[in-house]
Design a protein around this ligand. Structure first.
Ligand code: ADP
Length: 539
């Protein structure tokens, strides 16, 4: 059969050709923009010419430091279209990590949102390769700034030729995008995605048994475009001619609920903390969410209570998925099999809260010190993954040898797999609590805690223990109306019937908020420190 190359530009060309009038709705700080795929195509071609004019060549890295909006989407296609590599920079990284990844990637140009410019301004003297910054903003008058080589995006586009013929002869194995992990477990690691990997991943997002993204959808990625390409949604949605809603800077739960209602969003994606916030907003104010056919949740374990609230209270199907920066990210997707839909509610929920079965094209295994684990839903081991959109190394990083071995990615996630193939993430290897030689899953405890009606969010971490090695401590944020009335004993007696005695947390600490990572996951390392300080003050 023919071996035609898979390239990202063909995704945009298809949208321009077959869906020229379909819309991209983009919220910026000033207003809501509406542009069509025809306009997106023209503006992307103009951007390609801008990049060529500033001397960007095949293989060069071009950074973006931006929220989710149409200009970011234009960069998604323009940079790879000339064979350069789009480096999506996480805007919430620490300054130390920002300087590290920008220098490590050797970005030559950085597209930056006007409101984020002050962050880079302070660091510019530490960047070793950046030659120019292009400010993404509605106006074409540049803001006051100490940055030397600064250009206004709209002005450059205005003066650029809008015609450009995309090459049909790209090597599909060429790098297209570079994304760093969010640094939850150490210095961010770079992962390079090829055109081929991203096209195949986009196709997988369209499968009926995964996210089923299609032309008839209205897709709103809340997950940032710097967090594993907003999980690939912008690429897939463009390819399929799907209307896109890009929620822009500081998307609060109110902004999201309003966009869902006003744009009739059908599918949206984000980490659990986003959906906890949305649930609270839906509880406090009325919105019409009838258009939603699915909320896609990944990046951290979705608590059962939250899945139940979306499905039972609001009638919104909840899709739990699992992936990593290294897996582009789709690897596991949780949809019940046709014959499982008939199961009693509690069993359905139990299954639904698992991370699901492996996506087509991808292989998994799980191993522990005795070899391959038993597929009984109990035996635990580390998850290994391989497939055509799974990275085979980190970008210029010696940590590659540990994570990539014998053709597999070692995920560092501890899992069980049941007889139906449903994988459950028990914990990250670093977060699992080792008590008296046995493992306690912090994820299971958090899941149970967040099912309590008074609890807004909860995270469980280990503290060192002289006899048991480690013991669990729960950090809990109560919903406002329960702050005065719920006690530690109430929570412990709620957990008691659900767990063996030795699983119960030694302490329940009430907090005003929990520290989060740059992509909204609980920051367990910081929490462990906080708990340690608290316990030391107690003694
Ligand atoms: P970082 O490694 O910096 O957190 P990633 O976003 O790549 O950045 O995180 C991937 C990790 O997130 C996985 O290894 C896993 O521990 C966790 N994860 C992702 N999806 C889920 C999920 N649905 N349930 C539980 N954990 C998840």
């Amino acid at each position: 059969m023919m071996d035609t190359p898979l390239s990202l530009v063909s995704l945009l060309e298809r949208a321009e050709t077959y869906f020229p009038t379909k819309e991209i709705v983009s919220r910026t700080q000033k207003k809501i923009h509406r542009l069509t795929y025809r306009e997106l195509g023209e503006r992307t071609r103009a951007l390609v010419n801008v990049l060529k004019n500033v001397g960007i060549k095949k293989g060069d890295r071009v950074g973006t430091f931006a929220w989710n909006h149409h200009r970011h989407l234009e960069a998604y296609f323009a940079v790879p279209a000339i064979g350069a590599v789009l480096h999506t920079i996480n805007i919430r990284l620490s300054t130390e990590h920002l300087v590290h990844i920008i220098n490590h990637a050797e970005d030559r140009v950085i597209f930056v949102d006007k409101e984020l410019l002050p962050i880079l301004e302070k660091l510019q003297d530490q960047f070793t390769t950046v030659e120019a910054f292009i400010v993404m903003m509605d106006e074409n008058i540049l803001p006051e700034s100490a940055i030397k080589s600064l250009y206004a995006y709209e002005q450059l586009l205005e003066n650029a030729d809008r015609t450009f013929t995309f090459s049909k002869n790209m090597d599909e194995q060429d790098p297209a995008v570079l994304c760093y992990t969010s640094g939850t477990t150490g210095k961010p690691k770079g992962v390079v995605y090829s055109h081929r990997g991203l096209v195949l991943h986009s196709m997988a997002l369209g499968l009926a048994d995964t996210a089923a993204i299609s032309e008839s959808d209205v897709a709103m990625p809340v997950v940032p475009m710097f967090h594993v390409n907003a999980w690939g949604m912008p690429f897939a949605a463009t390819w399929f001619g799907t209307k896109q809603v890009l929620p822009g800077p500081f998307p609060t739960p109110k902004v999201l609920a309003e966009l869902i209602e006003s744009e009739a969003v059908t599918i949206t994606a984000g980490v659990p903390t986003i959906w906890l916030g949305l649930l609270q907003e839906l509880e406090e104010n009325h919105y019409n969410t009838d258009s939603l056919r699915g909320v896609l949740c990944g990046g951290a374990a979705a608590p059962k209570g939250m899945i139940h609230a979306f499905e039972s209270k609001y009638g919104i199907p909840f899709y739990h998925a699992y992936g990593m920066t290294e897996t582009a990210p789709l690897a596991l997707f949780s949809r019940l099999k046709s014959y499982q839909e008939q199961l009693p509610e509690a069993e359905r929920l139990e299954l639904h809260a698992k991370q699901g079965i492996v996506a087509p094209c991808i292989d998994i295994r799980a191993v522990n010190e005795y070899g391959e684990i038993k597929k009984d839903g109990i035996d635990m081991g580390e998850l290994l993954i391989r497939g055509p959109w799974i990275a085979d190394s980190y970008y210029k990083d010696e940590r590659s040898t540990e994570a990539f071995r014998n053709g597999w990615l070692y995920t560092g996630d501890v899992v069980t797999i049941d007889a139906e193939g449903f994988v459950k993430i028990v914990d990250r290897t670093k977060d699992v609590i080792k008590s008296g030689g046995e493992w306690i899953s912090s994820v299971d405890l958090e899941n149970a805690l967040m099912a309590h009606e008074a609890i807004y969010e909860a995270a469980v971490v280990s503290v060192p223990h002289p006899k048991w090695q480690e013991r669990p401590v729960a950090c809990v944020v109560l919903k406002n109306k329960y702050k005065e009335t719920v006690s530690k004993e109430d929570i412990l007696s709620f957990l008691q019937p659900q767990f063996a005695k030795w699983w119960l947390p030694d302490e329940i600490l009430f907090m005003d908020e929990l520290p989060k990572t740059s992509v909204g996951k609980f920051l367990k390392a910081a929490l462990r420190e906080k708990v340690k300080d608290y316990m030391a003050n107690q003694n």
